[in-house]
Write a protein that binds this ligand. Structure first.
Ligand code: ROI
Length: 159
């Protein structure tokens, strides 16, 4: 089994419900257990400001699925939530990012690990640290150091 950390985000169509539903769907993936889930967090949009605040969270999966198979499964869940590829950094019903997969480091056209945005996103790092502690991000350093260097801090816990 491998450990995969997933970042969840939504700012359309009842975001909390989107995130709660996504946790249930992650738990139902074949060969996969939902080992941990963070609280829900609210954050101001990164990118264009003319969109609602986001609800963000992080999940820990124990999985037999290989990284690209897991990525396919995450994109299928996004599609079920009505996710359409819209303008870059625009609002979305559900975003599922494969943040970390064991200590895997890779850069391919479809998948980069660790997730390239992880170090600049307080809305990823804070929920991640809630369930992972001060985890070492391969090639980047400890989560606490990355969080301290994040440009803006808007994330806050909402439950
Ligand atoms: N901003 C926040 N606060 N949370 C997100 O999950 C998020 N996701 C995105 C972009 C548009 C970059 N901005 C975000 O994909």
């Amino acid at each position: 089994m491998s450990r995969a950390w997933i970042g969840l985000g939504s700012n359309l169509d009842a975001p909390r419900r989107q995130i709660e539903g996504a946790f249930a769907e992650l738990e139902a993936l074949p060969g996969t257990r939902l080992e941990g889930r963070s609280s829900l967090y609210s954050s101001s949009p990164m990118g264009p400001a003319d969109q609602p605040d986001y609800v963000n969270a992080v999940a820990l999966l124990e999985t037999d699925l290989a990284p690209l198979v897991l990525l396919d499964a995450l994109q299928a869940i996004e599609a079920q939530h009505g996710r359409v590829r819209e303008r870059r950094w625009g609002p979305r019903t559900l975003d599922l990012d494969l943040l970390l997969y064991d200590e895997r480091v890779m850069a391919t056209p479809r998948l980069t690990l660790p997730h390239p945005g992880i170090g600049e996103r307080d809305f990823v790092l804070l929920p991640l640290m809630e369930i992972a502690g001060d985890i070492e991000i391969p090639g980047r350093g400890r989560a606490s150091r990355l969080l301290a260097q994040c440009p803006a801090r808007t994330v806050r816990r909402i439950e």
